[in-house]
Design a protein around this ligand. Structure first.
Ligand code: 13P
Ligand code: SF4
Length: 328
């Protein structure tokens, strides 16, 4: 067990799982995974959308896409097991090509990543010659290779403002593009990709929930939601920015407009606060289970392999993002 001791883990899991499930399934698997991790000198990165057993039980490092990319680059472990979706594991491989990078289920995709191909980017570049391409990290390594600079939901506005020129091709999330457009003076050319989790929410979902709390509720959204949903919120940010907002705010009634497991993980982390959340799950993120994590380490599967030229080109766009985001 990594981030937390055994006792702390039980405390974190108690509000969410039945006691016998914690004792008979989660703790034995977490212990076995902990042993395998040591044996293989592996580090486990865990995205905020992992279920609490995976998130709290076996992660060494937790966070949003931006922070986990940074840590994938900095780790000294021989092996990285990425508990998230495929594009995240690919990003880790791009940043640490000499390491063995694994994902517990190679079918853990992303509706945004599937919405765009390298060819689509080439067509847009030909249509708008000289216009910089900023691509959300939720895309394949090949798409990253065609990109000038990547971004995440934590730094999209910052990156768009940092690139040269008044016009930016922003790919592939049209809703994130809409939210960026509202915070920049630049012209944004977008592509019709959407996150299948966040596209579902409507402004009326928020208004009707607010009516249930006459004493007030603080609404937090992810910027992959439509701009009209984000406009109803008190705060919008990446998954880690949401955690920081909650940590630093006095508010104790919070409506979360994001993926289901994030609500469970926050309930464990802030037991004194009340969370209203919908169980809008990402079927891709939910493919990662403790059993598959154990098998991934045991059998050293499923390894991420990328073409060397793709790595070389994609590295430039991901490194450029890290430089711009973490510049002193
Ligand atoms: P962040 O953790 O960067 O906010 O990303 C959210 C997401 O949808 C990743 O799949
Ligand atoms: Fe992709 Fe949305 Fe799932 Fe994130 S939550 S992996 S953006 S489909």
């Amino acid at each position: 067990m990594s981030l937390v001791s055994k006792d702390q883990l039980v405390q974190k899991l108690k509000p969410i799982y039945l006691p016998h499930e914690i004792e008979e399934r989660i703790l034995p698997l977490a212990e076995e995974i902990g042993r395998l991790k040591k044996e293989k000198n592996a580090v486990i990165l865990g995205h905020n959308y992992m279920t609490p057993d995976v998130f709290w039980g076996v992660s060494d490092i937790i966070g949003d896409s931006l922070y986990l990319s940074k840590m994938a680059k900095e780790t000294t472990a021989n092996m990285i097991l990425f508990n998230g979706v495929h594009f995240m594991a690919e990003t880790a491989k791009i940043l640490s090509p000499e390491k063995k990078v694994l994902i517990a289920d190679p079918k853990a995709g992303c509706s945004l990543a599937e919405s765009i191909t390298r060819e689509d980017v080439k067509v847009l570049k030909a249509k708008y010659p000289g216009v910089p391409v900023v691509t959300y990290v939720n895309c394949s390594a090949e798409v990253k290779a065609e990109t000038d600079v990547c971004c995440t939901s934590a730094n999209a506005v910052q990156i768009v403002n940092a690139v040269e020129g008044d016009t930016v091709i922003f790919l592939p999330d049209e809703y994130l593009a809409g939210n960026v457009r509202n915070q920049t003076s630049k012209t944004i050319i977008s592509h019709p990709g959407r996150c299948m989790v966040h596209e579902i929410y409507t402004p009326e979902d928020i208004r009707s929930t607010k009516r249930l709390f006459p004493g007030g509720v603080t609404v937090i959204t992810h910027p992959e939601c439509h701009e009209d949903v984000v406009k109803e919120a008190d705060f919008s940010g990446s998954t880690s920015q949401m955690v920081d907002f909650i940590r630093n705010s006095k508010t104790d009634k919070i409506m979360l407009v994001t993926e289901c497991s994030m609500g469970d993980n926050l309930r464990s982390e802030f037991p004194e606060k009340e969370f209203v959340s919908t169980c809008q799950t990402c079927p891709h993120m939910k493919k990662i289970t403790l059993e598959k994590v154990r098998d991934a380490l045991l059998k050293e599967q499923f390894e991420i392999f990328l073409d060397e030229e793709v790595i070389r080109l994609a590295q430039k766009s991901v490194n450029r993002m890290l430089e711009l985001s973490y510049k002193k």
